[in-house]
Design a protein around this ligand. Structure first.
Ligand code: HEC
Ligand code: HEC
Ligand code: HEC
Ligand code: HEC
Length: 269
């Protein structure tokens, strides 16, 4: 499988006429160029249009003419409109169409912020940006206003555990079957008798990052997002460096012994 991908990338590189040698795309630290988030690699292997100038950042950011003149979202928190929360959409010099779809959100008998008068919006913070590719509705090569064809319904990681349809996160079941994002960590952390959560000041396993560093401030709330577990740029913050599967998944702490999960959930004490 791995070999096949390397071959495809190599062929695509020759076709595109550039000589830069990419290793197999990684996600266990080491930077964004050549990583699983280097669209030049992914599009080369999965079809779609590789950037003419071989830019890496351009698929997500642009120095000029960015999308997202400040837009706002209003979230209803409870029956009282005075408690509605209006926040600015986060789109740092974003070169893509921002995702405004709404998704079914995770809830359970023991986790249900929306029904308890707490803020809950899965798209709050950078999560909305991830969905500009990961729900499979906007092609990876659709940036700088151009249309694209290679959507993330394809991918090399078979995650179709319960017939959810594809590799895409947020498709078919929305985000109902995904770890919750878009709530205030401190709303939960405060309820010590109910949840066994670490303090925001505690650090991730093998990292110097604190939980509070990976929560997004929205109107004073400390919001958990996709970026609370993943480093989109595959930088030094990725601490899942030697997973058995060979994938780092851009994770901020190791998978071994579920150090990632135990960084927040105090289940060992
Ligand atoms: C696959 C999409 C993607 C690519 C490619 C990408 N970024 Fe980002 N970038 C993001 C997202 C999403 C955020 C929002 C913050 C977060 O999620 O941590 C972000 C945030 C940023 C920020 C502001 C906040 C921060 O984390 O510093 C800067 C600066 C930035 N990116 C620079 C770059 C540069 C430079 C490149 C190319 C070398 C790049 N990015 C490539 C998705 C991307
Ligand atoms: C420009 C499109 C794009 C954006 C924006 C984007 N991704 Fe990705 N992501 C991809 C592609 C393409 C892959 C590789 C899929 C594959 O392996 O076939 C990927 C892979 C991943 C993987 C799996 C890595 C592995 O080891 O298999 C994770 C985790 C991930 N992305 C998280 C995120 C998060 C979190 C964000 C937002 C902070 C984000 N992505 C934003 C396109 C994107
Ligand atoms: C609580 C931590 C956590 C949060 C929050 C989180 N992820 Fe993940 N994600 C993981 C872990 C761990 C994996 C590795 C796969 C596994 O262990 O099953 C993963 C894997 C992935 C993958 C690889 C394919 C797959 O389906 O497993 C993608 C893509 C991804 N995440 C995107 C996202 C996006 C987009 C968000 C926000 C909506 C998000 N993640 C939020 C922990 C998280
Ligand atoms: C950045 C902190 C953080 C990380 C890392 C994290 N979680 Fe969570 N998780 C939370 C918070 C906060 C909640 C919501 C409060 C609660 O239910 O404990 C939550 C909710 C959950 C729930 C839902 C509980 C319910 O009542 O329905 C489960 C299960 C869960 N996490 C498992 C995991 C697993 C497994 C991992 C590792 C792959 C993980 N978490 C990683 C912070 C985190």
């Amino acid at each position: 499988m791995k070999k096949q991908i390397i071959t495809l990338v190599a062929v695509a590189s020759i076709a595109a006429g550039y000589t830069m040698a990419y290793a197999a795309a990684g996600s266990n630290g080491g930077g964004i160029v050549g990583s699983k988030h280097d669209m030049n690699v992914w599009l080369g292997a999965n079809g779609g249009k590789v950037d003419t100038d071989l830019r890496t950042c351009a698929y997500c950011h642009t120095p000029h003419h960015a999308n997202g003149a400040l837009e706002q979202v209003t979230v209803q928190v409870d029956a009282d409109p005075l408690n509605d929360v209006t926040y600015d959409i986060y789109a740092p010099l974003w070169s893509r169409t921002t995702q405004n779809g709404s998704y079914a959100q995770y809830a359970s008998a023991t986790f249900d912020p929306a029904n308890e008068g707490k803020f809950y919006d899965a798209m709050a913070g950078p999560s909305r940006l991830c969905m500009t590719c990961h729900d499979g509705s906007i092609a990876a090569d659709a940036y700088y206003g151009q249309t694209g064809t290679a959507a993330l319904t394809r991918g090399d990681d078979n995650m179709n555990y319960f017939g959810s349809g594809s590799f895409a996160v947020g498709k078919s079941f929305g985000l109902m079957n995904d770890h919750p994002v878009g709530f205030d960590y401190e709303d939960m952390q405060g309820q010590l008798t109910r949840y066994e959560l670490k303090l925001p000041s505690s650090t991730f396993a093998t990292s110097t990052k604190k939980i509070s560093d990976v929560l997004t401030d929205i109107n004073g709330m400390q919001i958990m997002t996709c970026a609370s577990c993943h480093d989109v740029h595959n930088g030094k913050d990725v601490k899942n460096t030697a997973p058995a599967s060979g994938r780092g998944y851009f994770l901020l702490a190791p998978q071994a012994n579920s150090a990632l999960c135990l960084s927040c959930h105090d289940k060992n004490s």
